[in-house]
Design a protein around this ligand. Structure first.
Ligand code: XMP
Length: 326
């Protein structure tokens, strides 16, 4: 328990030099803990697990086995980035599992949000567990626990984390960034050479697009969501909003309305834009996206994404609206 408490004397990591010192200390600590044994890590592509992966690759190279489970609810290009960065650039020992069909088959026809979350979380553990049991000689489990997770371990985050792993997994934990705050994890990630976009990735719920494809998920609506979301992200990037807005995404409800396309009736879904600013996600305000940009995004989404015939902008702060639609 004691080593779960951040010492008052611990300096905040704000510069590359401080990050490099932290990295050197952790590399030595991990090597001392692990020896020549193997370590397993569920690599989601999120900031925390990515930084832990990069740190462990530096410390123990191929003794780290990363498992990336694609649950089919990732944003466009995310699993590809994990493969590119970890499998190729960092030459990691990476096992990639495309479990899209397993997840989407189980989710078919399920509209209740909590049930969807349970299915996604439960299946994630199952897939990971199956993969882990195929591997031989793994002694340690690495996790991207960060200090706020420890401070908030009153259950709040528990239901949040899809990456929560089976309790009966009898392995000693390796948690090199558990005393760091998020901003420090990012500084360490950059010092380790991870791409800026990965290290400054906006928060993304564990159940992924599953909470944004509202109601019962279908493959066609999920595809439309992923494409519309990619356009929003691209436009925010191009127009200097990506580094400014805390979280932005598209949600698509299970509702169709009538529209007109090429002179013909065109029934489609509405894409709802959410773009919020917050410090702690407990409350949030709405970003005032310039109207010209909203028009441009609307034009692109309605013309480029099959199945969408309207774009709406959610102006509801939190409270009363939560950030996700779910
Ligand atoms: P709400 O919708 O409750 O969301 O206002 C607050 C923040 O939490 C994120 N969120 C999650 N994060 N796993 C996570 O790691 C989850 O299951 C999850 N669900 C919501 C949400 O995106 C927002 O930033």
């Amino acid at each position: 328990m004691e080593n779960n408490v951040r010492p008052a004397s611990m300096q905040r990591i704000t510069t590359p030099a401080l990050a490099n010192r932290f990295i050197d200390e952790q590399v030595a600590a991990v090597r001392a803990q692990v020896g020549d044994k193997k370590v397993l890590l569920a690599l989601s592509g999120g900031v925390d697990s990515s930084v832990v992966a990069a740190l462990l690759i530096k410390a123990i190279g191929k003794q780290l086995v990363c498992v990336h489970v694609n649950h089919g609810l990732m944003r466009k290009g995310e699993s590809e980035q994990v493969i590119e960065v970890f499998g190729k650039s960092l030459d990691a020992n990476l096992i990639y599992i495309d479990a899209t069909d397993r997840f989407l088959d189980l989710l078919a026809g399920v509209s209740e949000p909590e049930k969807k979350r349970k299915i996604i979380g439960g299946e994630f553990i199952k897939v990971f567990d199956e993969e882990a049991s195929k591997l031989k000689g793994i002694s340690f489990l690495a996790q991207g626990t960060i200090y706020p997770d420890i401070l908030e371990s009153d259950g709040v985050k528990a239901h949040h984390n899809v990456g929560g792993l089976p309790e009966d997994m009898q392995m000693e934990l390796v948690e090199p960034v558990k005393l760091l705050y998020k901003d420090e994890v990012r500084v360490v990630g950059e010092a380790l050479g991870l791409p800026h976009a990965m290290v400054y990735r906006q928060p993304f719920p564990g159940p992924g697009l599953g909470v944004r494809c509202l109601g019962a998920i279908t493959r066609d609506r999920l595809h439309a969501l992923r494409e519309a979301d990619a356009i929003l992200r691209e436009e925010f990037d191009k127009n200097g909003l990506a580094g400014k807005v805390w979280q932005y995404f598209i949600a698509i409800p299970d509702v169709k309305s009538v529209g007109v396309k090429d002179g013909k009736r065109y029934e489609g879904w509405p894409a709802i834009i959410r773009a919020v600013n917050t410090t702690d996600a407990m409350s949030a305000t709405i970003e005032e996206i310039p109207y010209a940009l909203l028009h441009h995004i609307t034009d692109r989404i309605t013309h480029e994404v099959e199945g969408i015939n309207r774009v709406l902008y959610d102006l509801t702060p939190k409270p009363i609206g939560t950030i996700e639609w779910e």
